[in-house]
Design a protein around this ligand. Structure first.
Ligand code: ADP
Length: 985
């Protein structure tokens, strides 16, 4: 393995390790050498140096002792002698110590030291002898010994010479040591210099090697990268090694390789895309596409197959290098083989195991063409494969080729679809062009007809205008029809009332006067008259509904009670026919909030019909509430209705069949009105019936009708319904002018009034009336409004303009529909009362006339007395029944109230507010029941007057009104009424 192959880290570690080893060696050498040096120094110090110091001291000791021995002779006293001896002794001991040093440290021959020691010892003996001699006084002897040549002195010389000899040796020895050390030091320097140099050299070598090992490949890599960047895609880095840089270089090469391949693929894809964009026509496009694909994938065979219109098979469309075998179609359902797999998976298929019988094999001059690999590309339109492109090659496809195919796939799909769409559009364009041509031809033809059409269009416009006019006329006639029906009904009611009234009169007068046979005709006349009246009333109802004038007044009431009332009413007919009439409405049903009058009307019709059309069996009324809806059923066991007639029985004037109408009579309006009312109340009526078995009518109504405020019934206050006679007043001596153009009415009224003792003057028209008044002013007048030439209004105006007649009480009796305008006029000319013909009976008429004529003062009344127990409102303690004043302009209502109340109360009546107030003033009633819509002075004004009047203020006033139901109950109470009762009662 080469050094370069080592990893960079390893190379660094090796170099540094080597340097480290050299440094350690250098250290070791320095260590050993300096230790040697140290030994030299130590030897020098411990031996020659110590020896020479000891020798020095020894020499000093010898000298001091010699001097002291001499000084003995110079001492003057004992003390000094002792001092000298003492010093000698100290020195002697010191000399012994130095001798020990010499023995220990002297490196020369030991004999030298022994000889010195012996000489020194001899000298000591001699000196001590000298001292003894001195001490004993033999001073001269002693002195002689220390003189030159004396024994002691000689010995001293011998010692000194010994000392010098040793000193010389020691000196030589130290010289020897010094030189050795010097030598050692030199060697050390030498060695250090060598080793340091080696280390430096080695470090430089290692550094150079490392630098070379790293910089070289990096430079190569950088150069390669730069060349690559400049576009030389084939540039590769030549550095090969097993270290990191080698890996980097290999990676760079691989990357460059990949990029180069991708570039190649991209170029191929771009060229292919270009080629695909060049052609729009399918055949040319496919040829270009195949050529491109073959050249860019290295294929030898290519083919395009398209899904046929029936979507059953892929048919050969275009190919290059394909044998005839490959041109056959293959089934779209085929899921295997060279092409089927691509259709099935909708992915590109790369086939390597080519079957021997492949469609791409075919004989060539140089033998059989046998592909080694096949690439099949499916083309998708939406979710369906609509085309298949197949390529075959004798060589294995390289990655780049496959990738080219993969990358071009989406573009290819889009383009194939585009080209196919283009083909379709072309076909469409051709078709459109053809159609355009045709259209142009037709246009020209039409242009010719246009002239004709214009004329027709003008005619149509004309017709349209006419139709519009007709429509307006129709609307107008519809409106007129309603108005006509409404007016005519009123007009018809007048003569009819007369017929009924007169036949009633005759009925009473001719009993037992004419033969029974003829007498019975009167009943027929009256019955038919009533029938006709009910028909007219029905028509009136219908026209009101159609004109949208039907008003709804909502109140809360019990259906069971309503059914009870109806059963009570119709019972007589049922009993007569022996048909059982059963009210099975449960008692625990909730109250319904709806228009009671209309509900009554509907149910009355249904129950009436049921009884009418039932011969045997029973009629049952039931009711239930299901999820907020009231369901009332009227079931009978009667004749039933044929299925063919069922859909029509609710139509106006429709009856099941003619025979029924002949047998049972009827108008054919009852159900029509009932249904319209039911719809008006937010519900409906349905019917189930079987001919001969019976019928069941079901009325459905919401439990609570949304529109209108719900007015609580004040039944409790009303007591039970009762009939009674009108308070009878004598008309004796009173003259009444009857202005009426209708002869039967004249006869009827005259008949009734004369019977009461009134004197009746008759005027048949306006002029006559005015003439008669001029002659004699009557006590009162009964005035018709609709008369030829001078009508009722003119008469009224004329008499009110003359003072003499201005105060005549006038009662208007008319069959005319009184408009608001009419009413205002009448109010302005203070009429006594307005009565609609047909709305009044004999008793009512007599009561009205009596009230009109009788002056208030003449009315029986006892002055009221205050009740002692009275609190709040005043109470009157009067003998007999309490007095109730009913202020009501409608005679029927008045009559009803009277019928309801008169058993328990004394009733006073007034037909307008003003009269009401006057009545109240003169009679001080216990209670006033006040209608709101009143002539002359309405209920609100009357109440205001009553409340302002000291004497009337405390009388309780209860509003009784139907018109106020559209407003709100609280509103009425807020105006000062003490209570409130809704109509109809
Ligand atoms: P009419 O005044 O003729 O009774 P309606 O509108 O009330 O008019 O009824 C229309 C027709 O429906 C009746 O003529 C009758 O033929 C049929 N009809 C109504 N109710 C019943 C019933 N309960 N049983 C049999 N037929 C009925």
């Amino acid at each position: 393995m080469k050094l370069n192959d080592f990893k960079i880290g390893t190379q660094f570690r090796l170099g540094l390790g080597l340097i480290l080893v050299l440094v350690v060696i250098l250290g070791a050498i320095a260590w050993v050498q300096s230790d040697d040096l140290w030994q030299q120094t130590k030897g020098l110090y411990e031996h020659p140096h110590a020896v020479r110091r000891a020798l020095g001291k020894l020499e000093v000791d010898v000298e001091v002792m010699s001097r002291q021995a001499r000084d003995l002779f110079l001492v003057r006293n004992e003390q000094e002698t002792m001092a000298c001896l003492q010093i000698i002794e100290i020195r002697k001991n010191d000399a012994e110590r130095q001798m020990d040093v010499l023995y220990d440290r002297y490196l020369g021959p030991r004999e030298d030291v022994v000889a010195l020691h012996e000489d020194l010892s001899k000298w000591n003996v001699l000196r001590e002898e000298t001292v003894r001699l001195f001490m004993v006084g033999k001073t001269a002897q002693a002195e002689a010994r220390i003189q030159p040549g004396g024994a002691q002195n000689t010995q001293a010389e011998a010692v000194r010479s010994r000392l010098q000899k040793i000193d010389l040796f020691a000196y030589n020895k130290s010289e020897e040591f010094y030189r050795a050390a010097e030598e050692e030091s030199l060697t050390l320097k030498h060695q250090m210099a060598v080793v340091t140099t080696i280390i430096l050299l080695l470090t430089a070598l290692v550094g150079w090697l490392l630098l070379k090992g790293i910089k070289g490949p990096i430079t190569k890599l950088a150069a390669a990268a730069e060349q690559f960047r400049q576009g030389q895609m084939d540039t590769r880095c030549g550095y090969v090694s097993e270290n990191e840089l080698g890996t980097l270089s290999a990676s760079f090469n691989a990357m460059a390789e990949a990029i180069e391949m991708q570039m190649r693929i991209n170029t191929n894809v771009a060229q292919l895309s270009d080629a695909m964009l060049r052609e729009e026509e399918v055949q040319a496009f496919c040829r270009e596409l195949l050529k491109g694909l073959l050249s860019h994938t290295g294929s030898q065979v290519g083919a395009v197959y398209f899904l046929n219109d029936a979507k059953t098979a892929f048919e050969h469309f275009e190919s290059i290098g394909l044998g005839t075998g490959g041109r056959t179609a293959f089934a779209a359902t085929e899921r295997e083989g060279e092409l089927g797999a691509a259709v099935a998976t909708q992915r590109i298929q790369h086939l390597r195991d080519i079957p021997a019988d492949t469609r791409f094999a075919f004989p060539t001059v140089s033998g059989n063409f046998m592909p080694r690999e096949i690439l099949t590309i499916p083309v998708l339109t939406g979710q369906t494969v609509t085309a298949v492109i197949s390529l075959a090659s004798v060589r294995a496809y390289d990655t780049a080729s496959i990738q080219v195919v993969e990358e071009i796939w989406s573009v290819l799909t889009a383009r194939v679809n585009g080209v196919l769409s283009y083909r379709n559009i072309q076909a469409l364009v051709e078709k459109l062009e053809y159609q355009n041509r045709e259209l142009n031809a037709q246009k020209e033809e039409l242009a010719a007809q246009a002239g004709e059409m214009a004329a027709q269009s003008q005619e149509l416009n004309h017709q349209n205008t006419e139709l519009e006019m007709q429509k307006q006329e129709l609307n107008e006639s519809n409106r007129l029809k309603s108005a006509f029906l409404s007016n005519m009904s009123h007009e018809l009611r007048t003569p009819l009332n007369s017929v009924i009234a007169l036949s009633g009169v005759l009925n009473r007068r001719l009993a037992n006067v004419i033969p029974a046979d003829e007498y019975s005709y009167l009943e027929v006349i009256e019955r038919n008259g009533k029938h006709l009246l009910s028909l007219i009333n029905d028509i009136l109802d219908l026209s009101r509904i159609e004109a949208g004038r039907a008003e709804i007044s909502v109140s809360r009431f019990s259906v069971r009670e309503l059914a009870g009332e109806l059963v009570e009413m119709i019972e007589p007919q049922a009993v007569e026919k022996r048909v059982a009439l059963l009210n099975q409405v449960p008692g625990d049903l909730p109250l319904i909030a709806s228009d009671q009058g209309k509900c009554r009307h509907i149910l009355q019709n249904l129950v009436g019909n049921a009884v009418k059309f039932t011969e045997v069996g029973h009629v049952t009324i039931t009711a239930e509430v299901i999820s907020g809806t009231f369901r009332m059923r009227v079931a009978d066991t009667g004749i039933g209705i044929a299925a063919t007639h069922l859909p029509h029985i609710f139509d106006e004037f429709r009856q099941a069949d003619d025979s029924t109408s002949r047998k049972y009579g009827g108008t054919g309006l009852g159900l029509a009105i009932a249904k319209k009312y039911a719809v008006l109340l937010g519900g409906g009526i349905t019917v189930e019936s079987r001919l001969g078995e019976g019928s069941t009518f079901t009325l459905q109504l919401p439990l609570t009708l949304a529109s209108g405020p719900v007015v609580e019934e004040a039944r409790e206050a009303m007591g039970s319904q009762a009939t009674g006679a009108v308070s009878s007043l004598s008309g004796q001596g009173q003259s009444i002018l009857l202005v009426e153009d209708n002869e039967p009415a004249i006869i009827q009224l005259t008949d009734i009034l004369q019977a009461e003792g009134y004197h009746i003057m008759v005027a048949h028209n306006g002029q006559e009336a005015l003439r008669l008044i001029e002659q004699q002013v009557p006590h009162a007048m009964i005035l018709d409004l609709m008369m030829p030439e001078v009508d009722g209004f003119q008469v009224l105006k004329a008499i009110r303009s003359v003072e003499r007649t201005a105060q005549i009480p006038v009662l208007i009796l008319t069959a005319k529909h009184v408009t608001k305008q009419d009413l205002n006029f009448l109010k302005g000319n203070h009429i006594h009362q307005l009565i609609q013909k047909g709305d009044i009976n004999k008793a009512g008429l007599l009561a009205a006339v009596a009230r009109m004529i009788a002056p208030p003062s003449e009315k029986p009344a006892s002055p009221p007395a205050l009740s002692p127990a009275g609190g709040g409102r005043r109470r009157f303690a009067r003998p007999g029944k309490p007095v109730v004043l009913v202020v009501e302009d409608h005679p029927d209502n008045l009559r009803t109230m009277r019928a309801l109340l008169q058993e328990a109360y004394t009733i006073l009546e007034a037909t307008d507010g003003q009269v009401g107030v006057e009545q109240a003033r003169s009679h001080q009633p216990d209670l006033i029941l006040m209608d709101i819509a009143l002539p002359v002075m309405d209920g609100y004004q009357a109440l205001a007057v009553i409340r302002e009047d000291e004497s009337l203020r405390d009388i309780p006033v209860c509003a009784v009104t139907a018109s106020a139901m559209k407003g709100n109950r609280e509103d009425i109470l807020a105006r000062g009424f003490d209570a409130y009762i809704s109509k109809p009662i």
